[in-house]
Design a protein around this ligand. Structure first.
Ligand SMILES: C[S@@+](CC[C@H](N)C(=O)[O-])C[C@H]1O[C@@H](n2cnc3c(N)ncnc32)[C@H](O)[C@@H]1O
Length: 343
């Protein structure tokens, strides 16, 4: 999935840093997990702990990190549904097939009340049908907990491919992109079995940190004042399916409880300092941007005050260049990868 701040292009740099510095490490904690790309990449090498404030990230984590085997859906099989994804993909629902309010259909496809054009009518109805069917199977005890999260995660992964957006759900497009008319299709995940106990959480990092202990702590917080929830609110609502009181042109869900202090200039440094101070981990790796709310110097100070100074390291990875019209380089941006040994 396309995600603001995804570290999919930094995986090799992180791996290199771990290989050169984290002797004897057996566990890895991805405490701002987002898409789970980083946690998934390191799952074959370490016991993984993952976490994020967003529920849809948690669902992806439960499906791909905590889960070590592809669910076999044995109870559904007994009810003649051999592959629930095939069943859900092939079913063409009508409005009468839905057991409760089709929330996505009513709120994110245009009607006489609003012109929110996030989905085609067919896809919106299908999303509601799939989400309600998963809930029904859970209530009827036809799926186990891991199967429940796996199915929601398959839906979450599939939704962006048929969404009428320019990258995030912050706004829908005014014209219809042809992507929106493709039929939504759920696909199976490849599940890595690392034979270890992996654990996923849906908590504030600064609360969770006091409950954890391990070898490598990977910290990839938001780096600017853009909160994540408004950019992914539709995915969060599909994930929770909790009929929120939405508001405004884009049908935003209230998000006070998932507002991140890491996105607030006056709060971020204190929050980051507490996180590092409370971290009961041997090695700390921090991803950040040279454009971030905290400066390179501020991060360096927090790390060196709480870790073994001689082990401190900073790798700067250029990722974009802005140029004047004449071609002269104005300034370049860097992805930062900080490292320190904590104890
Ligand atoms: C830069 S993104 C992480 C991207 C991730 N490494 C990836 O590759 O997909 C930051 C993440 O931190 C989460 N977040 C923000 N504040 C948080 C907090 N206080 N506790 C836990 N997660 C938080 C956001 O929801 C977002 O998913």
């Amino acid at each position: 999935m396309r995600f603001i701040g995804s570290k999919v292009n930094l995986l090799e740099d992180i791996r290199e840093m771990i290989k050169n510095n984290c002797t004897g490490a057996t566990s890895f904690c991805d405490i701002f997990s987002g898409t789970t790309n980083v946690a998934r990449f390191f799952k074959k090498d370490f016991a993984i702990t993952s976490n994020d404030l967003l529920h849809f990230s948690f669902v992806l984590q439960k499906a791909t990190i905590e889960n070590n085997i592809k669910p076999n859906f044995s109870s559904l099989k007994k009810n003649k549904i051999d592959d629930p994804l095939k069943y859900l993909n092939e079913f063409e629902p009508k409005i009468e097939d839905l057991k409760s309010e089709p929330f996505i259909f009513n709120n994110y496809t245009p009607n006489h009340n609003h012109d929110r054009s996030y989905f085609s009518k067919d896809n919106a109805l299908k999303i509601d049908f799939i989400r309600q069917k998963i809930e029904e199977w859970k209530n009827d005890k036809l799926i186990e907990e891991n199967e429940y999260y796996y199915l929601i995660a398959c839906l979450i992964e599939a939704v962006p491919f048929v969404s009428n957006i320019a990258g995030t759900f912050g706004a829908y497009l005014k014209h219809w992109d042809k992507r929106a008319f493709k039929k939504i299709e759920l696909k199976h995940f490849e599940i890595i079995n690392n034979g270890k106990q992996n654990k996923s959480f849906n908590k504030d990092s600064n609360i969770l940190i006091t409950e954890l202990k391990g070898d490598i702590l990977y910290i990839d917080p938001p780096y600017n004042s853009r909160q994540y929830l408004p950019n992914y609110h539709v995915l969060e609502t599909i994930s929770k399916y909790d009929n929120p009181e939405i508001y405004g042109k884009t049908g935003l869900r209230p998000y006070n409880e998932v507002k991140s202090k890491y996105c607030v200039k006056g709060k971020v440094l204190d929050e980051f300092s507490k996180l590092i101070k409370n971290a009961n981990f041997k090695y700390i790796i921090v991803s950040y941007s040279s454009e971030g709310l905290m400066s390179e110097e501020e991060i360096t100070n927090v790390l060196t005050e709480n870790g073994i100074k001689s082990t401190y390291m900073l790798k700067k990875i250029p990722y974009r260049r802005y140029k004047h019209t004449k071609g002269e380089v104005k300034h370049s941006l860097n992805e930062f990868l900080f490292f320190i040994t904590k104890r």
